[in-house]
Ligand binder design. Sequence first.
Ligand code: DAH
Length: 353
Amino acid sequence: MSQDAVLDELVSAAKRSFADAASPADLENAKAQFLGKAGRVTELMKGLAALSVEEKKSRGAAINLTKQAIEAALSERRQALAQAELDAQLKAEALDVTLPGRQRTAGGLHPVSLTLERIEAIFGSMGFDVAQGPEIETDWFNFTALNTPEDHPARSMHDTFYVEGGTETAPNLLRTHTSPMQIRYAVQHVKKHRPLLDRGELMPEIRVIAPGRTYRVDSDATHSPMFHQCEGLWIGENVSFKDLKVVFTDFCRTFFETRDLVLRFRPSFFPFTEPSAEIDIQFQSGPLAGRWLEVAGSGQVHPNVVRNMGLDPEKYIGFAFGMGPDRLTMLRYGVNDLRLFFDGDIRFLSQFK
Ligand code: DAH
């Protein structure tokens, strides 16, 4: 084989060897075999020492060309391997931007929450504060302070969820109504204005509503073990049943967006009011026209309750009411089963957005 053929063969061998290298590390090993200290190109260079000056020149130039060709092949392969590595990485970490996005539908308020918002807005416009209170109550706030006697049926296990805590004779319970908020709110109000009262001056009126969850052992189409109530309380020096009628009539007409609606105050009994009245409404037109519908209990706050608020019942008087926002929601939207509100069925709930 001629010397040139040997050099050509060397370049080919290097190219094959580089092509076989599957990784950058393999390629560095392959490089050492040709261009390293003991590599084949280096060996050829060493062979030059034995040649004459003329031969050194031409042979040296030829070996240099060979070396350059091998170096070029090496760097080409290096780039190819780096590119392959990058391609593999891109492929592994690829985002498939053609996937359809996850749909997120806009949420909406629960129909009962919408009702509570309406109630708060309407009473707010009449100067009522909005108060929140605990759902786990003591016997005192839920019953005793509200003039409810020991033997009242609401105190029985059949009607009330008792929970841990409290005392043997007065265990804690899930509040059966929002009425305990009358006492809680009034006591705070009286405490805040104690200095005025002590000076014999007049306390600003108590005017508050207290919406929230309440609990009773009860379940059918119109009763749920958890339901909502909204308490109302207005106490002052001169607050009368007439005020209750005006306020509640105004509320109902605003809530149902009609003046075509009449109210009836039907005598009733509650331990914490005297006299007491059930409030019924009647639409004069529309699908519910002509039927009396009960919407709230109410009455003049009992002197014992006023006393438990820390006030003198000879000086302070007022009214309270307790209504059912769930029932108001059913009437407003024409829903006939209360349980639908609490089943969590999106198809039902999304109709109220
Ligand atoms: N707490 C009563 C109930 O759950 C409703 C009620 C009646 C509240 C008369 C009142 C009221 O404030 O004056 O049945």
